[in-house]
Ligand binder design. Structure first.
Ligand SMILES: Cc1cc2nc3c(=O)[nH]c(=O)nc-3n(C[C@H](O)[C@H](O)[C@H](O)COP(=O)(O)OP(=O)(O)OC[C@H]3O[C@@H](n4cnc5c(N)ncnc54)[C@H](O)[C@@H]3O)c2cc1C
Length: 439
């Protein structure tokens, strides 16, 4: 029996059946059969979500055999790929022809379909999340119909960030840009000033993000600007950061601090010394966006109106202090241009997405609960791929287009064929029978 395990190891399940279709026609047949037989089908990406959004209850569909680049159109500046391809495979294919994605998150191990389904984002007020790059896609509906969603198709804004609730995406076409290099520069600034000056900081470069270790007074501002300077690739440094520092030394230190929280302050000081230093470097854009893989930890994240984010950050800082919470991982402040994808955390507003991270520790549950409690007062939306326990009605209330999305889901999936426990909890039951079963 094969098990599905999320990257953090927090969620594991053994699906009743594991399917690895190699074509859209196979997916359509599988869904038609499941829909007739009343089975539940969940398509997975690479399992990099912290939430249980990708957890299959019954049949698991794994698109590892559907990960090809189908076409690169240099004139239109687009790339068409199969849905199971990893982001890093897309960036490498684009780089070979002098092209790039204009934005990326901090890793590129995710599948394109998984990344867009949760609103995965990088950090820039001039660019939206990855889903905002989608100009077309192909979708197999839960009843097995194949639909081409072109740029003008009315379902495209729903399908860009779909939570996997509308069917199985088989192909995605993304807009791209000519390849570019970035110069990274770092600055430390007291967190109180950062909270007050957030909008100005967000607008101070094309790409800006902020890290802050809640036990420390200073935050670190990362700025990235396009540059004609030559890239200096650092494969050895990346290897050392990933395998030796992050996944061995930092991981061991975090485990020790998880058991003995009083050690956390010392671990944090070492992290500050190692990472929170001013400096500069030049590299290929994707190598600047992506970081060495971090040690295992858990994440929750709030997406809120940019102008509210400073106040929320100050409140969280106050709560950490008042409650004596020991936080062992940096908090990350990022920016995302507003978009029109119905269920995107950045729908309709320029957004600040603040990630609160923690390796296992006795303080984790209380920390995340406090963050969510404060976020609720700021009309914050959760990141679909990160942990949250806000009740479904409250989550849906933060999305103006949720009623339209739910209506489309009911039309496409009347029998709940692609429903799982996460979707039931967050989007609610599809019909009365499901509502009664959930009670
Ligand atoms: C170390 C690490 C770093 C991260 N960095 C960032 C970051 O910088 N920014 C950010 O925003 N997030 C980040 N994330 C979160 C991550 O990007 C998202 O959770 C993303 O959705 C994971 O993609 P996946 O391929 O693993 O999808 P999964 O987690 O496997 O699935 C996510 C959802 O996508 C759906 N899905 C997958 N394939 C399809 C398909 N073909 N058709 C329809 N639905 C589909 C699934 O059903 C599920 O609902 C990070 C996660 C980790 C572990």
């Amino acid at each position: 029996m094969r098990s599905f395990r999320t990257w953090s190891g927090y969620h594991t399940t053994i699906p009743a059946r594991w399917a690895t279709p190699g074509s859209e026609a196979e997916i359509a047949a599988l869904l038609r059969e499941a829909d007739r037989a009343g089975r539940r089908v969940k398509v997975i990406g690479s399992g990099h979500s912290w939430s249980d959004i990708a957890l299959p209850d019954d049949v698991c569909v794994d698109l590892r055999r559907m990960r090809r680049v189908l076409a690169i159109d240099a004139a239109a500046r687009t790339i068409r790929v199969q849905a199971g391809i990893r982001l890093e495979e897309i960036t490498d294919a684009l780089d070979r022809v002098g092209m790039a994605l204009p934005i990326l998150g901090s890793i590129a191990k995710q599948t394109i379909a998984g990344a867009i389904a949760t609103g995965t984002h990088g950090s820039s007020l001039r660019h939206g999340n990855l889903a905002s790059l989608v100009v077309a896609m192909r979708l197999v509906t839960p009843r097995g119909e194949i639909v081409e969603l072109g740029p003008e198709h009315p379902w495209l804004p729903a399908a860009r960030v779909s939570l996997g609730a509308l069917g199985i995406v088989t192909e995605v076409t993304l807009s791209t840009t000519p390849a570019f290099r970035l110069e990274e520069s770092l600055e430390t600034r007291p967190i109180e000033r950062v909270a007050r000056e957030l909008r100005t900081i967000a607008q101070s470069a094309e790409y800006v993000k902020i890290w802050w270790l809640p036990t420390q007074g200073d935050a670190l501002i990362f700025r990235y600007a396009r540059t004609p300077l030559r890239a200096v690739a650092r494969p050895l440094a990346r290897f050392v950061d990933e395998k030796i520092v992050n996944q061995t030394l930092f991981e061991l230190a975090l485990r020790a601090a998880g058991r003995y929280p009083s050690l956390t302050r010392h671990v944090n000081s070492i992290v500050m010394g190692a990472y929170f230093r001013a400096g500069t470097r030049v590299d290929r854009s994707d190598r600047c966006f992506n970081l060495a893989m971090p040690p295992i930890h858990r994440e929750t994240e709030l997406a809120l109106e940019l102008d509210d984010a400073g106040a929320l950050l100050s409140e969280v800082a106050g709560a950490i202090h008042e409650d004596g919470l020991v936080v062992n991982f940096p908090c990350e402040v990022r920016f995302v241009a507003g978009d029109d994808a119905w269920m995107s955390p950045a729908y309709g507003r320029d957004t600040c997405q603040i990630g609160f991270y923690q390796a296992e520790s006795p303080h984790l549950a209380k920390y995340f609960a406090r963050v969510e409690e404060i976020g609720a007062r700021y009309d914050a939306r959760p990141h679909w791929g990160k942990e949250f326990s806000t009740p479904g009605e409250r989550v849906r209330a933060a999305y103006p287009m949720a009623p339209a999305f739910l209506a489309l889901r009911r039309e496409l999936d009347p029998r709940g064929t692609v429903q799982n426990r996460f979707l039931l909890r967050v989007l609610g039951p599809i019909d009365r029978a499901e509502a009664m079963a959930a009670e």
